[in-house]
Design a protein around this ligand. Sequence first.
Ligand SMILES: Nc1ncnc2c1ncn2[C@@H]1O[C@H](COP(=O)(O)OP(=O)(O)OP(=O)(O)O)[C@@H](O)[C@H]1O
Ligand SMILES: [Mg+2]
Length: 403
Amino acid sequence: MSHPDPMPTTRRTPRFSPPGDRFYRHLFASLRCGSITIDREGRLTSINDLARKILELKESDLLGQPCSEVLRDHPKLTSVFVESFRMKNQPNRAEMEILLKDERKRTIGFSMPLIRDDANQVLGAALLFRDLTQIEHLQEREQLKERLAALGQMAAGMAHEIRNPLGGIEVTASLLRRRLSGRVEDLALVDRIIAEVKRLNRTVVDSLEYVRPLHLDRKASSLAMVVQEAANTASSAQEGKSISLSMDLDPGIPELWIDPDRVRDALTNLMQNSFEAIPLSGSIRVETRREALPTALKSDFFLEGENGKSLSFDSYAVVRITDTGKGIPEEVHDRLFYPFFTTKQTGSGVGLPLARKIVEGHQGILDFESVVGRGTTFIVKLPLLTRKDGAPLTPTAAEMMEP
Ligand SMILES: Nc1ncnc2c1ncn2[C@@H]1O[C@H](COP(=O)(O)OP(=O)(O)OP(=O)(O)O)[C@@H](O)[C@H]1O
Ligand SMILES: [Mg+2]
């Protein structure tokens, strides 16, 4: 006997409630800049870890203490901070040199908004700052930009010059290889030449790709196929290691509107890094998933040069590449995507910047998580595009005939 449902349930979206104190505490803790706030009496009301790190503040129990006490080693900063209450126009952005122990200097860029309540009464002040020591002065940064642009042009020119003779060396070595059939030791030497030439060629091609503007040849493509091809290329390069590669590909992901060759290059670089990060044995896992955007973030998507097509974008196709390699130390996180940053003897440091350029060219996101000694996950998110009128993404025959 079946019972009628006593109370039909309706699906309700969770009620929105504004974030509380905890949310704002975590917000401050997560900011990628140093943050210190004081009340009207100049007492410290919050300080995040990055602020402690940049200013080298060791004590743990700082809240409620006078700011002049907390920042006693930084009198210049204290006076600017306390003075902020009296200023009409708090500096929106300013730079200052601070002195640390042992005469070390650090340049910080800071802004100092006053904190006001609904009645416009001042409750306190905030100091938000970043360490600019590595790229010190604005002028130097500008000059660096110009030099990098010139270097980019030079690299593109040199890449062309280098690739031709490289092709010649590879062909000649292959001819030599044929003549040496049966001579195992000599063959091994020639094989090394060919492998090194191939590697050098990849470096040159990647560098060239990195400096030249990205042109995407988009077509409806199977992500699973692209991932599989990248895995084949990357795993063929592992030598003498015992690494298991497992795949978990979501069959429910529709075709993506991407340049499959470029995305494959990006994924190959990431997987190659995973293979290289594992010293002798370990595992790599590649997963694909569909990830919906929170409702508030659903957005229209504009494809360059395809003004007529109205596309929307409400979820990502996500690829996660997880390795059990050595991990990435925190002190290099900021430099990881700089061109030519490498920790490998034979690396050129273009793999990651190029991967990021390709992913961002697709208006996607490239991110990573890593624990030293345990491993790393690189995450690629590509917008899953659908047409607003609900029609399939692949152009219909009729559309393709349109002028
Ligand atoms: N999965 C990973 N695990 C640990 N470290 C990594 C990982 N991926 C990248 N890295 C670090 O980031 C650096 C930069 O990587 P990138 O791919 O740009 O250059 P590379 O691998 O050194 O050289 P190339 O890719 O040009 O041959 C690497 O040298 C390595 O230190
Ligand atoms: Mg690499």
